[in-house]
Design a protein around this ligand. Structure first.
Ligand code: PMV
Length: 324
């Protein structure tokens, strides 16, 4: 029996300028560019072993053997890599994350980045990071940003070959902290893959997409200049714009819970009182509160007091996806 194995670790990321909607759903060619911060301490570790003896792909997610749509999505992704490597072996995939799945903490981003890196390495492909990013995009759009650490931009590109992410600045450049206020731990009812397909049904999506270059520019400049107030304003505006599209799509997607709104309002008040903190929310009810390290203890204590906040998860800016 022959087998080839590799293990990779990747971090999730939180979008500061959000990806929402695709021009081509099959290859996840996004409607707009996006910018994110990679989240350290939170990670997904994935081991891929290609074996001549296997009749089909196998997936174990956080200790549980997984079949159905979860396995098909992984198998489809492995097919892309098998084709590139001219390999026919099926694979055993074992993946573990140290943070709650399906609750707006982008487990698909770290998951597909770690899967891409480990599977490509096990298959003997020696690829540049930008190619790993492009391949990760095919599994989950936001995964293309999780190949890199620090602050990362994903250009929307014109086609399959030129839509990938690249680092803007590394993590040491600006050590912000993400305090994730968890108000819901269950799997969300509409995942982002389905959500992207609804984006164009909102009349607001056209305006949101048209305005993206402005938001990307302001966000990029704010990061390069370590300008907290400017980053805070543009990230909150962008998050609100995406949720406005979600709420006005057909059917409507409303991810917020009462506690979500209570946190948003509190964060705005704390910032008016002079604390460096802003909110941003992905496709879920949990609120990412990005703050500077000197106020993180105070913000954490304030967050935990808000009714409905079950837990606060801390993540500093993280590094690149790596092989182990
Ligand atoms: O990569 P996906 O399909 O899980 O979509 C991610 C969508 C958001 O998290 C809401 C925004 C983003 O840019 O990460």
């Amino acid at each position: 029996m022959s087998s080839f194995s590799a293990t990779a670790i990747a971090h999730p990321n939180i979008a500061l300028i959000k990806y929402w909607g695709n021009r081509d759903h099959a290859i996840r060619l996004p409607s707009n560019g996006s910018i994110s911060m990679t989240l350290g301490d939170l990670n997904t570790q994935t081991t891929v072993t290609f074996k001549s003896s296997l009749g089909s792909d196998e997936l174990t997610l956080n200790g549980a053997p997984t079949s159905g749509s979860g396995l098909s999505r992984v198998s489809d992704h492995l097919d892309v890599i098998r084709t590139l490597a001219d390999l026919s072996f099926k694979a055993q995939v074992v993946s573990n994350s140290n943070f709650p799945m399906g609750a707006g903490i982008a487990s698909s981003a770290s998951g597909f980045a770690a899967l891409t890196l480990s599977a490509c390495s096990a298959a003997g492909l020696d690829l540049a990071p930008q190619e790993l990013s492009r391949i990760s995009r095919l599994g989950s759009g936001s995964a293309c940003r999780s190949i890199f650490g620090g602050y990362v931009e994903w250009s929307r590109g014109e086609n399959d070959l030129d839509s990938f992410a690249y680092p803007l600045v590394d993590r040491e450049y600006w050590m912000l902290i993400d305090l994730i206020a968890v108000v819901e731990k269950e799997h969300k009812s509409t995942g982002s893959s389905q959500g992207h397909q609804l984006a164009d049904s909102s009349p607001l999506q056209v305006a949101r997409v048209e305005d993206t270059e402005r938001r990307l520019h302001v966000c990029r400049e704010a990061i390069l200049g370590r300008d907290f107030p400017s980053l805070a304003n543009i990230a909150e505006e962008d998050s609100n714009m995406m949720h406005a599209v979600m709420m006005t799509s057909s059917p409507s997607l409303l991810y917020w819970r009462p506690a979500t709104l209570a946190i948003m309002q509190s964060v705005m008040n704390w910032r008016s009182d002079g604390l460096d903190v802003f909110y941003t929310i992905d496709a879920g009810a949990n609120v990412h509160c990005i703050c500077s390290p000197d106020v993180e203890d105070e913000i954490k204590d304030l967050l935990i007091e808000i009714p409905g906040v079950q837990e606060v998860i801390r993540a500093p800016v993280g590094g690149d996806a790596t092989l182990h």
